[in-house]
Design a protein around this ligand. Structure first.
Ligand code: ZN
Ligand code: ZN
Length: 267
């Protein structure tokens, strides 16, 4: 198992140390674990601090790597929350060199974090979908220092804030196709983020429909991540994620190291 989306206490919303998480991963027989701790500038909620000190991070990771050598491969990753205005000077804010793997996620739209529903107030639901994917596309047009897009349909998790919460893929298909094509054209990938099930959307991120569309458009690069914020969720529903990839005729699971792709054949 290769879990490429795991948080530790370097993330503002996770209380478990890297070591706690690695111990959890060992119990699940994880072969490679990539930490992907949150870095979100201008997150849109002053109460949450989603920035960590990369020097401390690499120091701790080095210790963990040597303590667990031969038992599990632990990689350095980051989940970088991006917004269009951050593209210009992200390199002045954080040194993105030396990471093994970078997830680019959209957590904040129009300067508003999605988590507490502010973005959805006084708007038609479909308009928020357009805003979300428009900003993703704008970032993709101007930013390339990442490997995969995290939980690409995260917005699906937050439709709960709306009274009328049905929106069909058809309604924004043209836009999402542009997004997927851009990802493919840039030789980047997406992930199956299994946390969707835990957060009650009855599906992984992305949905089967969306994942099929990605495949249909020529997408092949897919990592698998639990988005675990606690040791017990590491490797969550991994086998089902592999099964889904197999059903949709994907040939490989993608892993990364030193920002380079490796393709693991799905047997
Ligand atoms: Zn995220
Ligand atoms: Zn995450």
């Amino acid at each position: 198992m290769y879990d490429y989306h795991v948080h530790s206490s370097f993330s503002g919303d996770c209380k478990y140390s890297m070591e706690d998480m690695v111990k959890g991963a060992l119990e699940k027989n994880i072969k490679i674990l990539s930490f992907t701790d949150h870095v979100d500038y201008d997150y849109g909620n002053d109460e949450l601090d989603f920035v960590f000190d990369t020097e401390d991070y690499f120091k701790e990771l080095k210790k963990i790597k040597s303590n667990y050598k031969g038992q599990i491969e632990v990689l350095s990753g980051i989940e970088l929350g991006m917004q269009p205005h951050l593209v210009k000077n992200i390199n002045e804010k954080i040194n993105l060199e030396n990471f093994d793997f970078i997830i680019m996620s959209i957590h904040t739209v129009m300067g508003k974090e999605m988590h507490h529903g502010e973005l959805f107030a006084d708007r038609d639901l479909i308009d928020t979908y357009f805003l979300y994917y428009d900003e993703m596309l704008e970032v993709l047009d101007n930013f390339s220092n990442f490997d995969i897009v995290g939980h690409i349909n995260l917005i699906d998790r937050y439709v709960k804030y709306m009274d009328n919460n049905t929106v069909k893929l058809e309604e924004y298909k043209e836009l999402i196709e542009k997004v997927l094509k851009k990802i493919i054209e840039k030789d980047k990938g997406i992930e199956i983020n299994t946390s969707g099930i835990r957060y009650g959307i009855n599906s992984f991120h992305p949905t089967v429909e969306l994942l099929s569309l990605y495949k249909e458009l020529g997408g092949e690069i897919v990592t698998i991540g639990s988005d675990a914020h606690s040791p017990d969720n590491i490797g969550f529903d991994y086998d089902d994620a592999v099964e889904l990839l197999r059903e949709l005729d994907f040939k490989y699971i993608t892993t990364y190291k030193n920002r380079k792709k490796h393709f693991i054949k799905i047997e």
